[in-house]
Structure formats: structure tokens, C-alpha cells
Ligand binder design. Structure first.
Ligand SMILES: [Zn+2]
Length: 59
């Protein structure tokens, strides 16, 4: 988990983009995710999907 201030919980999210159709999807961060990691094939075109961004949102 990522904490910004004391007792303020930030939920980490992962943004993935498909190399072929450029579709972007956002999902909750999963342990082991890092930027430029290849993830599961694209749901729409079966292309290679890459993590382009990881960020935190206060809930
Ligand atoms: Zn795609």
C-alpha cells in the first residue's frame, strides 16, 4: 500500500495501453505491476498490452 499522509489511504491504480489499437484501460494495482511491464493481451484486438502509468487516488 501507498500512504500519503498519516492514516490517509491512497488506492493505487494501474493504467494499461494496447500497442496495437491504443485502447487504454484502468484497473486496480496488483502487486508486481510496474511501468512498461507487458501484461495480458488486449481484450479487443489481442495485441500486446503495456503498463503506461501507475498512480494513487485518495478514496
Ligand atoms: Zn488492442
Amino acid at each position: 500500500m501507498i500512504f500519503s499522509k498519516k492514516e490517509e489511504i491512497v488506492t493505487p491504480y494501474t493504467v494499461e495501453q494496447c500497442n496495437s489499437c491504443k485502447a487504454i484501460s484502468k484497473r486496480k494495482f496488483i502487486r508486481g505491476d510496474y511501468v512498461f511491464k507487458n501484461t495480458e493481451p488486449c481484450k479487443s484486438c489481442d495485441g500486446q498490452t503495456l503498463i503506461i502509468k501507475i498512480f494513487g487516488e485518495t478514496s
